[in-house]
Design a protein around this ligand. Sequence first.
Ligand code: AHR
Length: 507
Amino acid sequence: MSSHVTLTLNPAFRVAPVRRRTFGAFVEHLGRCVYTGIHEPGHPSADADGFRTDVLELTRELGVSSVRYPGGNFVSGYRWEDGVGPVDERPARHDLAWHSSDPNTVGLDEFMTWARKAGVEPMYAVNLGTRGVQEALDVLEYANAPAGTHLSDQRVANTGASESHDIRLWCLGNEMDGPWQIGHKNAEEYARVATETARAMRMEDPDLELIACGSSNAQMETFAAWENTVLTEAYDVVDMISAHVYYSEKDGDQASFLASADDMDYFIDSVVATADHVRAKLKRDKRIMISFDEWNVWYQHRAESRPPSGDDWPVAPVLLEDIYSAMDAVVFGNLLISLLRHSDRVASASLAQLVNVIAPIMTEPGGRAWKQSTFHPFALTSRFAKGEVLQVTVEAPTFENQRFGTSASADAVATWDEESGDLALFVVNRDASGTLELGVDLGAFGDLELVEALTLHHEDPYAANSADAPDTVAPQPNSSVALDGGRLTGELPSISWTLVRLARATS
Ligand code: AHR
């Protein structure tokens, strides 16, 4: 059975320019993200620095703009100086967050080399769990200060280059609201250390972009009160507040999972409301933006998410290696729609993570690299979202689900590049009950032509890719999509993600 979905869009309904930083990712010292993920000396594709060029190529194809490093929970027990200097003199350490061992063969300088090769902007997190203001200043001096200071001279000696790393984006700790975090703090304690760290870092460089920790998700007991307390103290010295969220199908409740983006919308709107409440209270002009620096689908209850225990402290264990289905990719694509639609306040976002660990790119040690289903909506959105984000009104049937009650069967966002005349429409059918007949009046855009329509869908929503069958779930041309006299029509199969590309007509 099919029903109808009508989308209304107009070039005048602008949200904000598409921000490249929406397409960030995350590399944490966790499982096989760094070791045998981005870095594997001895791998057939490894370059002279030990970086896997197959992963570098896939990272570029994914269209990643910025990469957060080195954690995550890992950073809250990390000594940055363990990871610099001659590799054979670096100490191996226990990583308490993931009950693993880290040989520290990759650290800040290697990450910066990798980031340059991948063409991504670095985003560096400082440890405010076991450490504080001084260590944050030290790593800032090491990374950014011009040659001539104690630590910047060490960087020059270690890298053999005089240029500073010039890292602009800095996270002030990670998930400090979470009781699982090493050095967990209450809101007042964190507000103090984050404010003082930010103030001191700005004495070194007033133009840094600083991100305070927000909540680990909107269900945290302290959610909103945490943001209120932290921003009330740190408002003048930070630019962004972070948000993190992970979704999964729980207890067979497929319908709620498919509607996950409703929660992301609610989360973003609530953080914006809280930040603007503090703005009004403090009578400031400046607006605090959101760094959505961890988001994804993550099956946290599965065995692969359980860290080793006891005397077992392995290097680069298999951890959080979720295999994503077609349905996961549809939810994932919908989360990107939510992030784009909030481009007026979400200034930066980081998909957690990039390789092997809840990742769009998977590798075999010594072997192949392959794309998960989630690779595709990310790569296509990053590549074709250009110009201005447009608000899209969706008139669609609804479906019932336990978590949200009632959700719209479809969700969509569009981008319009007035200069080039490129229009991209991103739309999901997130209803398991059947096909949706799409109808969109594009008359307001002038004469357009259809460039292509791609749909990610699989008859079995639980179908997934593997190293042996890497193309099981991938977007296919959707031949039902047509443009006739400014009216776009087509079929959106149940549980599907679709990109429709149009361009100003040339004749
Ligand atoms: O991305 C995996 C983990 O999720 C990160 O280390 C932590 O910040 C979050 O809880």
